[in-house]
Design a protein around this ligand. Structure first.
Ligand code: 13P
Ligand code: ZN
Ligand code: NA
Length: 282
């Protein structure tokens, strides 16, 4: 069934696990994610970024995920990832998305609060939960370049931000970055615990592709309840397509190579659902 993130993330927080949030870019990726969740009896979040919903309208992704959710026995969420304007957040809300992120982390603290508060006020009457971000997760996120300088989330600012906005979950910067890493990322684990001490809502880990599984598990142990994977799904999908087209360059049926992309993504997502600890929680 299609559900919101509210109870899923509160259950995860109480249970000491996380729910995986996987970025999808086409029907096959939606099928791959929902099949992985179904096999492992896990709740799952599917999400799309602004550049994805620019490629094809929100309504296409909503229709795919809604269909997947209705056919599934596990809870499925359709989430807007890194919503970059009040307007886009409202369009996602009207389309039927069941969870909304507004990312004002590139704005000043005050402007981030203002846009986040506005989205919360618009979403909460329909009981749609809102995720926001404080501090800057580096790397290339969607079309935006991550910030420089000291981007880590300050615990006291996080406390004020959550209180001022009324959000349901908070994305925090602790050293992860979007995209692939050159070396092993250096994560500030202690910071998660410090934030968790003063912030009671579920925390969200971004930029998880390329983070070693053990580090992800420690992040979850310290309070991360939603864990975002995007880049590695793109890599897995493309790997599947390349495999078919390099072995059989004369393939003309898109189903042939897309099916292999879908298979690779499903295997990847199954492995990450296990890392999140949400297997059997649906
Ligand atoms: P990665 O692309 O590094 O997995 O980051 C995913 C993410 O944070 C989506 O919001
Ligand atoms: Zn992100
Ligand atoms: Na990453």
């Amino acid at each position: 069934a299609l559900v919101t993130t509210r109870q899923l993330l509160l259950d995860a927080q109480a249970g000491g696990y996380a729910v995986g949030a996987f970025n999808v870019e086409n029907m096959e990726m939606v099928q791959a994610v929902v099949t992985a969740a179904e096999k492992l009896k896990s709740p799952v979040i599917m999400q799309t970024t602004p550049s994805t919903v620019k490629y094809a309208d929100l309504a296409y992704f909503y229709a795919n995920v809604k269909t997947a959710a209705e056919m599934a026995s596990v809870p499925v969420v359709m989430h807007l990832d890194h919503g970059n304007s009040f307007e886009l957040a409202m369009r996602a809300l009207r389309t039927g998305y069941t969870s909304i992120m507004i990312d004002g982390s590139h704005e000043s603290f005050e402007d981030n609060i203002a846009v986040t508060r506005a989205v919360v006020d618009a979403c909460h009457p329909s009981e749609i939960p809102v995720e926001a971000e404080l501090g800057k997760v580096g790397g290339k996120e969607d079309d935006l370049e991550g910030g420089e300088g000291n981007p880590y989330t300050d615990p006291e600012e996080a406390r004020q931000f959550v209180e001022a906005t009324g959000i349901d979950s908070l994305a925090v910067a602790i050293g992860t970055a979007h995209g692939v890493y050159k070396g092993t990322p250096k994560l500030d684990m202690e910071r998660i615990s410090e934030i968790r001490k003063v912030v009671s809502i579920p925390l969200v880990l971004h930029g998880t592709s390329g983070v070693p599984d053990d580090a992800v598990r420690e992040c979850i142990r310290r309070g991360m309840c939603k864990v975002n994977y995007a880049t590695d799904l793109r890599i897995a999908y493309s790997k599947g397509i390349n495999k078919v087209l390099s072995e059989h360059p004369d393939t003309i049926d898109p189903k042939k190579y897309n099916a292999q992309g879908r298979e690779e993504v499903m295997q990847y997502v199954m492995s990450k659902i296990k890392v999140c600890g949400s297997e059997g929680k649906a």
